[in-house]
Design a protein around this ligand. Structure first.
Ligand SMILES: [Zn+2]
Ligand SMILES: [Zn+2]
Length: 511
């Protein structure tokens, strides 16, 4: 079918099928269907009920929810710390300058991409605006150039280390990427603690993250063990313990703050292992509730980091997560994700009215250029570190490498400050209500939206302009921290018709 439907060149099809077949067959073998389910699947709903992703609920403690209490702004002169945020590095070991950036394979600019016709330029030395990932020298240049953006109290690093050559990756390739980049990050960050989260590209086959009930060679043990070993200098023993089991952990990076790193592959629509059972894989959300309740009891605040943003998750996982965020709105001080490769956010609302903004998840821009982007990274300014700090995000800054300039003959790479959020968007603070207001200001102010669109692509927007349907779909995505919830966008259109965050508008596939 891959060949018939022309999904990829024949050799890519063959490699991909060969790579995925063992795990896929195992998943099908284990997701045995009942007669009614089989009939529903084959003949439709008149014959039987087939709903492999049926809904489920985590249980919240009986403790009543405290009244909502938005954080008060820090006193003038209170300490502010800087947190470096790295995501989606996507190192391509086989990146090669001069190769064809527009090859037939899903990933180009590399050994095996061939050479471009003389009418077109080849891949640049520092990277390329195309379906290409980064050579190690660009990632090293990024880490080497962090100085002016620091100093940092800590680093959040939300995954996707290997490249997008997903049809031919071995476990050895993935582990080489993990250890090479971990060593490089440690080399340049030195004593600054780094807190990583697992991305969907860390495994092979890509997105394949069996929940902990899968044992033996097909389990994720090879990956989590290697992570625990590589990240041992940064994580305490109890964090390494849960990392080894399920790829998630919690720790206390500073007094009064709990950091929770989620394995968002357990929410993923692309993780085919969830066909066997998608109910709270690894018990992760129930564990999250326990962590949040304990933090609330202690009077601590919580940051959550993860790779895939909650609005992109399977419906039931996403709805449960949304409910948890709303329950612990006073405790949850920050949410940080990656995966989309672009610079955006997702706003959470109260469940009763879906109109009071109570939390915001920041989706930081990727290091990689994939696809058509400048390389970049993010710095968050956080309240603290002092006793009684709110630990909330006060502002954020984005840094990029302008590839056109960097690849010019004789140039050296210059990582530049692209923008500061509050100044650029005129926000009184970086709290949820300000991001909510920004979305509705951008609905009415096309000029303001164009600024957002430019920064969304890290200063390299597509040549085709973003018209009204594209603008509304983009804004709808910022309102959609809960999957399959079109009503979250009900106020975007005056006549009540709904734009669709992830459906009708055709999105480029970045992640
Ligand atoms: Zn990615
Ligand atoms: Zn990803």
């Amino acid at each position: 079918m891959c060949k018939m439907l022309n999904i990829a060149p024949p050799d890519v099809c063959e490699s991909a099928v060969h790579l995925f077949e063992d795990d896929m067959v195992e998943v099908w073998r284990r997701s045995v269907l009942s007669p009614s389910e089989a009939c529903g699947l084959l003949l439709g709903s008149t014959c039987g009920h087939w709903d492999i992703f049926s809904s489920w609920n985590v249980s919240l403690p009986a403790v009543p929810k405290p009244p909502p209490k938005p954080p008060s702004p820090p006193a003038p002169g209170a300490p502010v710390s800087r947190v470096l945020f790295l995501t989606d590095l996507h190192w391509d070991h086989d990146y090669m300058e001069g190769t064809d950036p527009d090859c037939a394979n899903p990933l180009c600019c590399r050994k095996g991409s061939g050479w471009p016709p003389t009418s077109r330029p080849g891949a640049g030395y520092w990277g390329e605006y195309s379906k290409c990932d980064l050579p190690l020298r660009t990632l090293e240049s990024m880490l080497k150039g962090l100085g002016p953006a620091g100093p940092f109290e800590m680093v959040y690093w939300t995954g996707d280390i290997p490249a997008h050559n997903v049809w031919q990756q071995s476990r050895q390739d993935q582990l080489r990427a993990l250890t090479t980049l971990t060593d490089l990050v440690r080399k340049y960050l030195g004593p600054v603690p780094v807190y990583p989260a697992v991305g969907n590209h860390e495994s092979t086959p890509v997105n394949g993250f069996p929940p902990p009930f899968i044992k033996g060679n097909q389990s994720s043990q090879w990956l989590y063990e290697a992570m625990a070993k590589a990240w041992e200098p940064w994580l305490p023993p109890d964090a390494l313990h849960t990392l080894r089991i399920g790829g998630f952990y919690a720790l206390t990076p500073r007094p009064g703050l709990r950091l929770i790193a989620l394995n968002m592959n357990f929410c993923s629509r692309e993780n085919f292992w969830l066909l066997i059972n998608s109910t709270d894989p690894g018990g992760q959300l129930q564990w999250l509730v326990g962590e949040l309740q304990a933090a609330e009891d202690r009077g601590d605040k919580v940051h959550i980091i993860g790779h895939i943003p909650p609005g992109h998750c399977l419906k039931s996982w996403s709805w449960n997560y949304y409910r948890i965020v709303a329950r612990y709105e006073n405790t949850l001080a920050g949410q940080f994700f990656g995966h989309t490769h672009v610079d955006e956010f997702e706003i959470f609302y109260d469940e009763e009215t879906l109109s009071r903004p109570l939390s915001v998840a920041f989706l930081g821009p990727s290091a990689t250029t994939y696809i058509n982007l400048n390389p970049g990274y993010r710095v968050y300014q956080i309240d603290g570190n002092y006793s009684g700090s709110s630990h909330v995000v006060l502002d954020h800054e984005t840094y990029i490498l302008n590839l056109t300039q960097a690849n010019a003959p004789g140039a050296t790479p210059h990582w530049q400050h692209l923008y500061r959020a509050r100044e650029t968007y005129g926000l009184p603070d970086a709290l949820p209500a300000s991001w909510h207001n920004l979305v509705y200001r951008m609905r009415d102010d096309v000029q303001l939206f164009q600024t957002f669109w430019f920064l969304y692509h890290k200063g390299h927007p597509p040549s085709e302009p973003c018209g009204t349907p594209c603008r509304l779909a983009t804004l709808c995505a910022q309102l959609s921290a809960r999957a399959d919830s079109p009503t979250l966008c009900r106020h975007l259109m005056p006549n009540g018709s709904l734009p669709d965050a992830h459906g009708s508008w055709s999105w480029p596939l970045f992640c």
